[in-house]
Design a protein around this ligand. Structure first.
Ligand SMILES: Cc1cc2nc3c(=O)[nH]c(=O)nc-3n(C[C@H](O)[C@H](O)[C@H](O)COP(=O)(O)OP(=O)(O)OC[C@H]3O[C@@H](n4cnc5c(N)ncnc54)[C@H](O)[C@@H]3O)c2cc1C
Length: 327
């Protein structure tokens, strides 16, 4: 007998929807041509950062991000995955970056978001590994992070994932089909989603245990970020490239990330480089996700830079649509 719901895509979006739908009593199957976590979700850094990611002229993204961030403590607890709640620093390296950061500060302040302007000495008291040459920093206490791979593993343990490449929605038998195919969603449904490539590095401190971690907080800067996991592992990302469905890693991408990050945190040059990867963010024209019904299909895609953050909120909205409840 066909399931109530078939979900195409076992990234964080498809798996979060599957888990929630099953809890509502629906029978669910998830199809992915590469198995669970074959797309962007397995590459992502895991910042849960609506305040840092706030864009001028995009109140919808901010509203979604804040609503999603509120759901994360309960979601993480349900999955048994730790949240890293040390907050975020944004650092400026020169005068131009400092001026831009002043504008970012004023913008967030006007919106009533919690953000604190720090002189270099105060920023270095919080994060002593920061280079003495930084010009200015913002402290964003409510933007946190999570390890997306731990989240994917916890979600996949609860959900049936069938390895299958779905060529068309007509090939799927279930009553409702959810398109959660990330950057590839445009091959299955009429949605303006495009792949936006990001290269990212995974680093590890081999001497952790003999000294405190290099960084406690997520560190953002022009062109990238460093995300500490709290156990000596760090993620350094990410390039933003319009190159179609290309996931090669390049010497130039790795060089730029390491050059910028070592300028801000010289100590990272001592870390072990464990992995270099590239993923495809599902981009949309307005940088906001597409969540809507389209006949027998429900579309849940286009989460661009914030799919990890937006996963619990997206699952809630899609499952409300599936069971006919108001969101
Ligand atoms: C470098 C990088 C860093 C990022 N950092 C962050 C971050 O810090 N915080 C944050 O919130 N977001 C971050 N993101 C964004 C986030 O990763 C994405 O928004 C999110 O992973 C999208 O999830 P998804 O489930 O929609 O897509 P994906 O994880 O890409 O999953 C889609 C799945 O669909 C499958 N699929 C596609 N087509 C088919 C088909 N026809 N048949 C069967 N299966 C199919 C694919 O194999 C894939 O597994 C980052 C992204 C990148 C690339």
């Amino acid at each position: 007998m066909a399931q109530d719901v078939a979900i195409i895509g076992a990234g964080i979006i498809g798996l979060s929807i599957a888990r929630r739908a099953a809890r509502e009593g629906l029978s669910v199957v998830v199809y992915d041509r590469g198995g669970a976590g074959a797309g962007a979700s397995n590459v992502a850094a895991g910042m849960l950062a609506p305040v840092t990611e706030a864009e001028f002229g995009n109140p919808e993204l901010l509203e979604l991000g804040l609503a999603a961030a509120e759901r994360w403590p309960a979601f993480a607890a349900e999955l048994g995955v730790p949240l890293h709640t040390a907050g975020t620093l944004i650092a400026a390296r020169d005068r131009d970056e400092a001026e831009a950061l002043e504008r970012e500060h004023a913008f967030r302040d006007r919106l009533g978001l919690r953000v604190e302007r720090l002189r270099p000495s105060a920023a270095r008291r919080l994060e002593p590994a920061l280079a003495p040459t930084i010009r200015l920093a913002l402290h964003i206490p409510d933007d946190h992070s999570v390890d997306p791979r731990a989240v994917l593993a916890a979600l996949a343990a609860d959900v049936e994932v069938v390895q299958r490449d779905v060529a068309s929605l007509d090939d799927v038998e279930a009553e409702t089909v959810v398109v959660a195919a990330g950057a590839w969603s445009g091959t299955l449904a009429d949605v303006p989603v495009r792949p936006v490539k990001g290269q990212i590095l995974r680093l590890r401190d081999p001497t952790i245990g003999s000294h405190p971690p290099l960084l406690d907080r997520v560190l953002r800067f022009e062109g990238g970020y460093l995300v500490p996991r709290g156990d000596g592992r760090y993620v350094l990302g990410a390039t933003v490239e319009e190159r179609g469905f290309d996931t090669t890693v390049t010497a130039g991408g790795v060089y730029e990330l390491l050059r910028d990050a070592t300028e801000l945190v010289p100590g990272i040059s001592e870390l072990v480089l464990e992995e270099v990867a590239a993923g495809l963010r599902p981009g949309t024209p307005g940088n906001v996700p597409i969540i809507r019904r389209d006949g027998r299909a429900v579309i849940a895609t286009g989460h661009f830079r914030n799919g990890i953050l937006l996963a619990p909120l997206t699952a809630e909205r899609v499952v409300s649509e599936l069971i006919g409840a108001p969101a």
